[in-house]
Design a protein around this ligand. Structure first.
Ligand SMILES: C[S@@+](CC[C@H](N)C(=O)[O-])C[C@H]1O[C@@H](n2cnc3c(N)ncnc32)[C@H](O)[C@@H]1O
Length: 270
């Protein structure tokens, strides 16, 4: 089933490719959970789900805690009146200023469905600043949220940097890492989800940690763009590459352009 959030870099359309290389195990560990496409569409006995986006984790916690009541509460922000620029900017201000974690979670869902391209963008002061999306129709993802609640009983969520999540990995686990993409070209920007860019040093630290875990007997799979840089980065892994259509902003125009995606597979050494 689809995740209930629109999420940049989500792997919903690549699930079959990813599932084909994920081995079985006691638990799937995802240090970059995002909207949870892989978690929601695999069948491990348990999951450890890490993510450093505080607003995303708060939404997951409020949904799991409040269940149908939270869904009912969040729905009140999805009306024809709130699908207008003026209302959007008022609710965005409310999101940025409220101290209520429940309201913040419901408004994060509202913003996710009403913002331009589902963009999750914060300024340097931590304020959400993505513009209004001007959608004709807005979908309220109730069925997808109910599915998430059911599946979440198998999962432990942690608000953590990826390296912290990876310290909790044990023998018997399988690790799937979906970090923010490296820029697909030297002129493209690094993807930024929560105000902190994922740097080249982070990409290298992840590759090093994956190799260490594989040496300890734990399989690790990493998704990324297939570029000269990532081929070098994942040279200790087996690499599978395939074409994907990606929305690329070039010269101010949005174009669907084919790019190569890879899966780096770190097989356990024993
Ligand atoms: C490509 S998305 C993951 C998408 C996910 N696989 C899906 O299908 O929805 C990358 C995620 O990593 C998170 N992230 C970025 N930097 C991080 C860090 N240092 N530690 C943990 N998570 C991070 C982002 O918030 C984002 O949700």
């Amino acid at each position: 089933m689809k995740p209930f959030l629109k999420w940049a870099g989500n792997k919903y359309t690549l699930l079959e490719r990813i599932k084909a290389v994920l081995p079985s195990g006691n638990r799937l560990v995802e240090p970059f959970t995002g909207a949870g496409s892989v978690f929601l569409n695999t069948h491990y006995p348990t999951y450890l789900l890490g993510e450093n986006n505080r607003e995303l984790l708060n939404l997951y916690h409020q949904l799991m805690h409040g269940q149908e009541q939270f869904i009912h509460y969040a729905r009140r922000f999805f009306t024809p009146d709130t699908n207008q620029a003026e209302a959007y900017y008022k609710l965005r201000d409310r999101f940025n200023n409220t101290r209520s974690l429940k309201l913040k979670a419901a408004l994060f869902l509202y913003l996710n469905r009403h913002t331009y391209n589902g963009l999750c963008r914060f300024n340097s002061s931590g304020h959400f600043n993505a513009p209004f999306g001007k959608f004709n129709r807005i979908y309220f993802p109730e069925a997808e949220m109910l599915n998430f609640i059911a599946k979440a009983s198998q999962a432990e969520f942690v608000e953590a940097d990826f390296l912290t999540t990876l310290t909790q990995v044990q023998l018997g686990d399988v690790v799937y890492c979906d970090p923010p993409y490296v820029p697909w070209s030297p002129t493209a920007d690094f993807t930024c989800y929560s105000g902190q860019p994922f740097s080249e040093t982070d990409q290298q630290a992840l590759a090093t940690k994956a190799e260490q875990l594989a040496n300890q007997g734990i399989p690790v799979i990493i998704s990324n763009h297939d570029t000269t840089y990532t081929r070098q980065l994942y040279q200790a892994a087996q690499v599978i590459s395939f074409p994907v259509k990606r929305l690329i902003n070039c010269n101010g125009e949005n174009r669907h352009k084919p790019v190569q995606e890879l899966l780096a597979i770190y097989q356990p050494s024993s």
